[in-house]
Design a protein around this ligand. Structure first.
Ligand code: B12
Length: 301
C-alpha cells in the first residue's frame, strides 16, 4: 500500500466509486484515473487537491507520508482514522450483501480488508458493518429476499471477517478472564463471538467454548484458568429454559468464589420475564452498551 496508485485506488474504493464515476466528477477521462492507479502517470498539483477533496482523503495519505486514509481528522486515541457517513455505510452494507449472494465473495472481503488496513477498528467494523449486515439479512429473509442458504453464506463470511479483523489477545492482559457460552440448542453463535471482541478490546483473557461442553470439563476449565465471568448469549425465546438450567449448573460450581454471570441477547430484550427467571448477575441488552459496562463490571470483580 505504499505507492500513490494503490493509495488512490484504495481511497476511491472506500468511497464506493468506480474509476468511471470518479473521472466524471473530476471531468477527466477514465483512462487518466487508470494511469494514475497503475502509476504510469502522476496528477498535477491542482488535480491532486481535487482528488483529495473529492475522495475526502488527506493529500499526505495519497502521497504516502502518513499510513492512514484519514478521511476525518482522528482526535482521540483508539479513534478510527477512517470514517464514512451513515449513508455511506448503508450503501456499503447493501453492496456487501449483494456481492456475497452473487458469488463475489472476494470483492466483499477485499473491501473489508481495505477498511481494516486503513485504520477502522474491530469494534467500529462490528458496529458499522457486521451487526448491520446481520440485521439487514434478517430483515431481507423475513420478506423473502434472502434464502436460508444465503443467510448461512452471509453469516459464515461475516464470521470469517471477524476472525480476520479480530483484536489480537494482548500480551499484557488485565487480570480478568471470561468464558463465552450458549445454552444448548442455541445456534446463534456468531453474535457471541462478536460480543467477545468487546472483552478482548478491554484486554480480558477470553475463552470461547460454544454450547455443548460437558459440565465436568467446564468445572475443571473454570478452576484451572481461574475464570471470573461466564458470558451467555440467547437469541431464541424457546431457549430461555436451557439458559436457566445452564445458569443453575454454573451456580453449583466453585461455591467459595462464585462466578459472575452476564446474559444478553435478543431473547433477553424481547422476553421481559427473562430477567425475573434467570439468576444472572448482569443483563445487558445491546452490544454497544458493553463499551462502558465492562469497565463498571471490572469494579465488581
Ligand atoms: C445469522 C442468523 C442465523 C444463523 C446463525 C449463524 C451463526 N453462526 O450465528 C442460522 C442460520 C444458524 C440461524 C438459525 C436460526 N434462526 Co436465525 N438469524 C440469523 C440472523 C440473520 C442474524 C443473527 C445475528 O447474529 N444477529 C446479531 C444481531 C444483529 O442481533 P441480535 O441477536 O438482536 O443481538 C443484539 C443484542 O441482542 C446484543 N446481544 C446479543 N447477544 C448478546 C450477548 C451479550 C452478553 C450481550 C451483552 C449482548 C448481546 O447484541 C446485538 C446488538 O446489540 C437473525 C436476524 C437478526 N436480525 O438478528 C436471525 C434470527 C435471530 N433467527 C431467527 C430464527 C427464527 C432462526 C431459526 C429458528 C430458523 C431459521 N431462520 O433458520 C434457526 C434457529 C437455530 C437455533 N436452534 O438456534 C429469528 C429469531 C426470531 C425470534 N425472536 O425468535 C431471527 C431474528 C430472524 C427473523 N427475523 O425471524 N439464524
Amino acid at each position: 500500500m505504499s505507492d500513490f496508485g494503490q493509495r488512490l485506488k484504495n481511497a476511491r474504493k472506500l468511497r464506493n466509486l468506480t474509476q468511471k464515476e470518479l473521472a466524471e466528477i473530476l471531468a477527466i477521462a477514465q483512462s487518466t484515473i487508470a494511469s494514475y492507479e497503475n502509476n504510469s502517470r502522476f496528477p498535477g498539483e491542482s488535480l491532486l487537491v481535487k482528488l483529495s477533496e473529492t475522495l475526502n482523503v488527506r493529500i499526505d495519505y495519497l502521497l504516502g507520508t502518513t499510513e492512514y486514509a484519514s478521511l476525518y481528522q482522528a482526535t482521540k486515541k483508539n479513534d478510527t482514522v477512517v470514517d464514512l457517513s451513515m449513508a455511506e455505510y448503508d450503501t456499503l452494507n447493501h453492496r456487501l450483501i449483494d456481492w456475497i449472494i452473487t458469488g463475489k465473495e472476494k470483492e466483499a472481503t477485499d473491501r473489508i480488508f481495505d477498511l481494516y488496513q486503513n485504520g477502522l477498528s474491530t469494534l467500529t467494523l462490528i458496529e458499522k458493518v457486521y451487526l448491520p449486515i446481520l440485521k439487514l439479512t434478517g430483515d431481507l429473509w423475513q420478506v423473502g429476499k434472502v434464502t436460508v442458504a444465503e443467510e448461512h453464506l452471509i453469516s459464515n463470511l461475516v464470521d470469517r471477517w471477524l476472525s480476520m479483523t479480530s483484536t489480537s489477545q494482548g500480551i499484557q492482559s488485565k487480570p480478568y478472564s471470561a468464558v463465552f457460552m450458549l445454552p444448548s440448542n442455541e445456534e446463534h453463535v456468531l453474535i457471541l463471538k462478536i460480543i467477545r471482541e468487546y472483552f478482548r478490546h478491554e484486554n480480558w483473557k477470553t475463552y470461547f467454548i460454544g454450547n455443548s461442553i460437558p459440565i465436568s470439563s467446564l468445572h475443571q476449565f473454570i478452576d484451572e484458568l481461574d475464570i471470573q465471568m461466564v458470558v451467555i448469549s440467547v437469541s431464541i425465546g424457546a431457549h430461555l429454559n436451557n439458559t436457566k438450567e445452564l445458569i443453575q449448573t454454573l451456580r453449583t460450581l466453585r461455591k467459595d468464589k462464585p462466578i459472575k454471570i452476564l446474559v444478553g441477547g435478543r431473547a433477553i430484550r424481547d422476553e421481559r420475564y427473562a430477567l425475573d427467571e434467570l439468576d444472572a448477575d448482569f443483563f445487558i441488552r445491546e452490544a454497544s452498551q458493553l463499551r462502558n459496562a465492562i469497565l463498571s463490571m471490572e469494579k465488581q470483580l
